[in-house]
Design a protein around this ligand. Structure first.
Ligand code: PA5
Length: 437
């Protein structure tokens, strides 16, 4: 089971840290917050019980994994980041360079070079495009779909063999196309926001096709969901995480650095960046007052960023909370041979493994930050596997829901993102003035 270590917060100067008492005082709010969250009728913690969906995903994936060499996701934001994280965390780091099939590629941008160059590594004939858009009308995703649909049509291939859709059950352009042209499709439940959708068909379909154990992923998420809904207050980990983020933001720590000490979790930080930024960055609160809330997420990687951003974290402005993610057990460990055992200055290399080295470097980094009065917490997972990733997804989703309640904002909308989508469409739509000139 995942745990959260908050020891450092009690050790540093109280102006920058938190006492156990300060954290525990907030637990009086859990019942009200849970009640409020239930009233918001969000599905992110309920969707994991949809065993019908899981069966449908398994049966589609069993067929798709033998039929296609390449799987290309067309989608952006919440329709892409979870899938990227699932692949990076749970597959071989060089999966697509191995002789494996099918290979998964996520096209989460519309840069023409990306659109052009993907075509150098896939063969349309053996490619399945999974078009993922909750709203069914995001310009980036619709443009990608039109482009690749045109290529498939021009080749004379049957589009029903090359596209499936994951979108709203009723609304949007993509659902209309799916219905009218009889494409295989999956649903993004209307009560699950894009950035909360990784445990719906959005993440599960591609994950199952590339052989990820989605049942274990769901199992891990369920165990954390049960913890989230548990009213035994001290052990509610999502509430504890949100409390620390909120109280420290009030003490000026408006930046959260997410720093996993595991290469495979590098994209987890990217996934979480969207979740935190879009959910908590809000102009108005629930009373309609201007509040301009937000915590700025920054991703980092241990130990790589010890030699890049760590200087800033130790001695720059004390405006950050660092969220370390650590693994208790390494799936793989490798001994480091000491090639000069007679050299005393290298004696630290005796009996060392890369696993011990990375853990020790993390400990050294934590101690340095503590000495510099910098707040940190350490989230420890047992091991990198589907179960633990399920726990992590749910921990951060549920903590984000609690954070929304602390700020009294709606953590589940994204008016700023919607506005830019509307303005982009307007800018691209010819006006009467354009046509008369
Ligand atoms: O969280 C959200 O809802 C957004 O960030 C979306 O994920 C993103 O804009 C993509 O939207 P859609 O899935 O509707 O194409």
């Amino acid at each position: 089971m995942l745990s959260i270590n908050t020891e450092n917060l009690d050790k540093i100067d109280s102006a920058h840290g938190l006492t156990q008492g300060e954290i525990e005082k907030e637990t009086a709010l859990i019942d009200t917050f849970l009640e409020n969250i239930h009233k918001r009728k969000q599905g992110f913690y309920k969707i994991i019980d949809d065993s019908g969906l899981h069966e449908k995903v398994h049966s589609f994936a069993a067929n798709a994994k033998t039929k296609y060499k390449d799987i290309v996701i067309l989608g952006i934001g919440g329709s892409a980041l979870g899938t990227i994280c699932l692949q990076q965390t749970l597959k071989h780091l060089y999966e697509n360079e191995l002789d494996s099939a099918p290979k998964l590629h996520v096209l989460d941008n519309i840069d023409p070079e990306l659109i052009a160059e993907i075509q150098d590594i896939i063969s349309l004939e053996s490619t399945l495009f999974i078009v993922v858009t909750k709203s069914g009308g995001t310009p980036e995703t619709i443009s990608q779909y039109f482009y690749f649909r045109n290529l498939i049509d021009n080749k004379g291939f049957n589009p029903q063999n090359h596209f499936i859709f994951i979108t709203d059950p009723e609304k949007g352009l993509l659902r209309k196309i799916a219905t009218e042209e009889h494409f295989i499709s999956f649903e993004v439940p209307p009560d699950v926001g894009g950035r909360f959708s990784v445990l719906t068909a959005v993440g599960l379909v591609p994950a199952a096709i590339i052989g990820i154990d989605i049942d274990k992923l769901i199992e891990g998420a369920k165990s954390m969901r049960d913890n989230f809904l548990d009213e035994r207050k001290e052990s509610n980990l999502p509430f504890k995480l949100a409390t620390i983020q909120y109280l420290l933001e009030k003490k000026g720590k408006s930046i959260n650095i997410i720093i996993p000490y595991a290469q495979k979790l590098i994209k987890f930080a990217d996934w979480y960046k969207q979740l935190l930024a879009e959910s908590i960055g809000k102009k108005s609160n629930e009373n309609g007052e201007d509040v301009f809330t937000g915590i700025t997420p920054v991703n980092a990687l241990g130990v790589t960023d010890q030699h890049s951003q760590s200087q800033l974290y130790n001695e720059g402005p004390n405006d950050k909370l660092l969220l370390f993610i650590k693994t208790k057990e390494k799936a793989t460990d490798i001994s480091i041979p000491n090639l000069f055992p007679e050299n005393e200055s290298l004696s630290y290399l005796n009996d060392l493994t890369f696993g011990k080295l990375i853990d020790t470097e993390m400990e050294g980094t934590l101690q340095a930050l503590t000495k510099n009065d910098r707040p940190t917490i350490t989230i420890e997972i047992d091991k990198i596997n589907a179960y633990a990733l399920g726990e992590l997804f749910m921990l951060f989703e549920a903590a984000t829901a609690f954070l929304g309640e602390f700020y009294n904002i709606n953590a589940f909308d994204q008016p700023g993102v919607e506005l830019s989508k509307i303005l982009t469409k307007q800018l691209l739509t010819p006006t009467e003035n354009d046509s008369s000139t």
